[in-house]
Design a binder for this molecule. Structure first.
Ligand code: BDR
Ligand code: CA
Length: 310
């Protein structure tokens, strides 16, 4: 068996961030070195508590959680309680986790942890606004040399936006940070709405998960049902897309996706296209824009994790 892939996860839980964390923490394929949290779906205090809740529920209270930026770089803060509930994690009864937050701010901690990894070895999974990652790259650009790949959930092209007609939430919530990160030219796989809208938690798929033994399957099914209830309230007739979990599915099974080598930029000019991502095909990258996802194979990955560690 190959060594587990070292990861740092930067997130804003968020129901789908919670599903992503269940996948990452439940799979033996990953060595999650730290979780850093950012303001996004809900304010920072809640995203930080929710990340620690997920560590406790997944029996990984040892994973350090560092709170990062409480607001975006330039724009006014935006949140998404309509899609995640007031707690950020509708579908789970909230509690105060036993493990406290780590002392220190996520940005310098990201610098320290990334620098401690050998060259091109560490993968950053990013499923919220990119404020913390942009700050770390501005504070210490030399950390780029230690990063193997960024795996980002964000952006939209063919699908159009989900918070404006053009923009996807994570990019819209801090477009300046996203621009900083993408302009570094670091290799990045980008799972946008173009990919996540192809993978939806249908009732049949949730029922298959709910039928699996063990508390984790029940928790996953409850999260997906809660996400679907909120999605249906906002967009009648639609099932919730698997946004953030697509990052981990990509790392587990890249063969179930198709990608287009590209250069992705972000529109930071005020106006109706604020926060829109532009995808320009480019043989040399540095980005990989995911264009297709096999939804059944994606859900099979989730089931495999839950079967192996119920
Ligand atoms: C992204 O926005 C958030 O609401 C979700 O957690 C996901 O990261 C999807 O646009
Ligand atoms: Ca998220």
């Amino acid at each position: 068996m190959t060594a587990p892939l070292p990861l740092i996860i930067d997130c804003d839980p968020g129901i789908d961030d919670a599903v992503m964390l269940m996948m990452a923490l439940g799979s033996p394929r990953f060595d999650v070195r730290a979780i850093t949290t950012v303001a996004g779906n809900v304010p920072l205090r809640l995203t930080s508590r929710n990340a620690r809740m997920m560590c406790q529920l997944m029996d990984r209270p040892d994973i350090p959680v560092f709170a990062g930026c409480p607001r975006p770089l330039l724009r006014a803060p935006v949140t998404a309680e309509d899609f995640h509930g007031e707690s950020g994690i509708y579908g789970i009864d909230v509690f105060e986790p036993a493990a406290p937050l780590q002392p220190g701010h996520a940005a310098p901690e990201l610098v320290r942890l990334v620098k401690a990894a050998p060259e091109k070895s560490i993968t950053l999974v990013i499923t919220g606004p990119m404020t913390n990652i942009a700050c770390a790259l501005v504070m210490a650009p030399e950390i780029a040399g230690h990063i193997r790949e960024l795996v980002i959930m964000g952006g939209a092209d063919a699908e159009g936006g989900n918070i404006t007609p053009f923009a996807e939430f994570n990019i819209f919530a801090d477009p300046h940070a996203a621009a900083i990160v993408l302009e570094t030219g670091l290799p990045a796989t980008i799972l946008s709405l173009d990919a996540s809208h192809q993978v939806r938690a249908t009732s049949e798929r949730i029922a298959r998960i709910a039928a699996l033994p063990g508390p984790r399957a029940a928790m996953m099914a409850s999260l997906l049902m809660a996400a679907n209830n909120l999605e249906t309230r906002a967009r009648p007739g639609t099932k919730v897309p698997m946004h953030d979990p697509s990052t981990i599915a990509w790392l587990l099974a890249p063969e179930i996706f198709e990608t287009q080598p590209s250069r992705v930029t972000v529109n930071v000019r005020p106006g109706k296209e604020f926060g829109r991502t532009r995808v320009k095909p480019s043989k040399k990258g540095p980005h990989r824009w995911v264009t297709k996802a096999d939804a059944d194979a994606f859900f099979a990955q989730i089931e495999d994790i839950l079967k192996a560690a119920p």
